[in-house]
Design a binder for this molecule. Structure first.
Ligand SMILES: Nc1ncnc2c1ncn2[C@@H]1O[C@H](COP(=O)(O)OP(=O)(O)OP(=O)(O)O)[C@@H](O)[C@H]1O
Length: 257
């Protein structure tokens, strides 16, 4: 197995023929922790969906080398009125190992209890999802990711509307996953949090502005460039028309994370 977990090869992703992520090239190395940052609408969630295989490339490719993936979408994309309990949600994490109709083994039940304990939700097994606070729901989603035992974990704004104590607890878990050799990509808006805890950063503005060590990516210059790209973006432009594209304006950025 190579050192590379993900390779973006001139990747363009979008919706109804319009690009949301444009000509992205770069690599994510195995066992790294990378923050994915950028303004609203800069293509972060789209990139996560492309990596997860939910969105197929318009052109280019996302080449991945992992055996199990855990993807936590934004909480706003989840329907919490679905009549399920915490234990139902978390045990869904076993489906890749056991299949949808497979039964949990005694070892799975022990694992599940350990994962709930790790996120501080022991005793919450039978609570309906719609009775959880935002932070408790996020803890339950982290427990499901732990149960999945994934080697690539994608977290889309996991700390939105979550208090500082919960953020601190969840950041500890994320760092533990990385210490275990897992690769984590995490969409975030809080640059102070990124600088404090995320060694690597991928800065998006529909195209890639920079990626690499956080202190070399989150620079004033790059943030101004990202703002310029974002403001120049035409949502209605053809996905890769003949006219001037961001790549013409910036030069295509190829980076290695
Ligand atoms: N299902 C969809 N259909 C059409 N356009 C979409 C869809 N999802 C996202 N887009 C568009 O793609 C662009 C990038 O959106 P995306 O959600 O990837 O941005 P983001 O960086 O994650 O934003 P935020 O920080 O607000 O979550 C936006 O212009 C958005 O309107």
């Amino acid at each position: 197995m190579s050192d590379t977990c993900l390779k973006f090869d001139n990747l363009t992703l979008g919706y109804q023929g319009h690009a949301a992520v444009h000509h992205l090239s770069g690599e994510i190395r195995r066992g790294t922790l990378t923050a994915v940052v950028g303004a609203n609408g800069s293509g972060k969630s789209t990139l996560m969906k492309g990596i997860a295989g939910i969105l197929k490339p318009i052109s280019g490719a996302c080449i991945s080398e992992f055996s199990r993936l855990a993807y936590l979408p934004q909480q706003s994309e989840l329907d919490r009125t679905f009549p399920a309990r915490v234990i139902d949600l978390v045990s869904l994490g076993f489906w890749q190992k056991r299949g949808l109709l497979g039964r949990m083994t005694p070892a799975d039940k022990t694992d599940l209890a350990a994962c709930l304990a790790a996120v501080g939700l022991t005793g919450f097994e039978k609570r309906p999802l719609d009775s959880l606070s935002g932070g408790q729901m996020q803890r339950a989603l982290f427990a499901r990711a732990m149960v999945q035992d994934a080697d690539l974990i994608l977290l889309d704004e996991p700390f939105n509307a979550v208090d500082e104590r919960t953020i601190g607890d969840l950041v500890v878990l994320v760092k533990r996953w990385v210490a275990e050799g897992r690769t984590v990509l995490c969409v975030l808006h809080d640059h102070a949090l990124v600088r404090a805890h995320f060694p690597r950063t991928l800065l998006m503005a529909r195209t890639l502005v920079g990626c690499g060590a956080t202190d070399t990516v989150l620079t004033v210059d790059n943030l101004l460039r990202a703002r310029g790209f974002q403001e120049a973006w035409d949502d209605n432009a053809a996905w890769c028309g003949d006219g001037r594209s961001l790549d013409d304006a910036s030069g295509q950025v190829v980076a290695h994370v």
